[in-house]
Design a protein around this ligand. Structure first.
Ligand SMILES: C[S@@+](CC[C@H](N)C(=O)[O-])C[C@H]1O[C@@H](n2cnc3c(N)ncnc32)[C@H](O)[C@@H]1O
Length: 183
């Protein structure tokens, strides 16, 4: 199993929005969902994307998207806007769940059974690290991880870098999936 945790500082926590971008950058959640869970014509059954939404009006919320049970999805933004709106309005979608959990207890629970890696440009180069068999990767949104959140995560894991270039969160996930696929 491989898991990604996206920390979304402003991602909206209700369904009251017109588009994903203006909903506290839920478009980043959409991009990360596609990057983490989709192969060409298939869904990665061994992958989970967690997003912690910290935007108004009801933060924090834990949005969990599981490859094993995810159904009725496509890769376009319009489809995901409908799905996210529906789930944030309290309705269900196969493979997607929403709960009132914050980042800290989620990470703590994961650290008991998995290896935690915090993605940051200034971390240890990934080529020098042996990634465990149950990795959990923590990523920030367009602003990056808040310092407090990063410090908390580093109590349980290590800081790793994909190089000096600042990539989009979704690009980081694509790179990580590629590297893990090649192992
Ligand atoms: C768009 S970046 C955020 C950029 C933001 N200016 C910052 O300084 O964090 C989103 C997330 O992708 C990850 N990231 C981006 N480039 C990276 C790199 N070269 N190595 C490791 N992680 C990276 C980090 O987790 C970052 O919080």
């Amino acid at each position: 199993m491989r898991e990604f945790i996206l920390y979304s500082r402003l991602g909206r926590t209700d369904s009251n929005f017109r588009n994903l971008h203006d909903a506290g950058r839920l478009d980043i959640v959409y991009e990360c969902a596609v990057a983490s869970l989709f192969l060409s014509h298939a869904i990665r059954k061994n992958t989970i994307l967690h997003t912690i939404l910290n935007g108004p009006p009801n933060p924090p919320l834990h949005l969990k998207i599981e490859g094993t049970t995810l159904h009725d999805v496509r890769t376009d933004q319009e489809t995901w806007q409908k799905i996210l709106k529906k789930v944030l309005a309290g309705k269900t979608h196969p493979g997607i769940s929403l709960s009132k959990t914050s980042f800290e207890p989620l990470l703590k629970a994961k650290a008991d059974v998995s290896q935690i890696y915090v993605l940051e440009e200034g971390g240890k180069d990934i080529s020098k690290i042996k990634i465990g068999d149950k990795p959990v990767f923590v990523l920030g949104d367009h602003v990056g991880l808040p310092k407090k959140v990063e410090r908390f995560a580093l109590r349980y894991g290590e800081k790793i870098s994909l190089g000096k270039q600042p990539y989009l969160a979704a690009s980081c996930i694509t790179i990580l999936n590629y590297l893990l696929d090649r192992k």
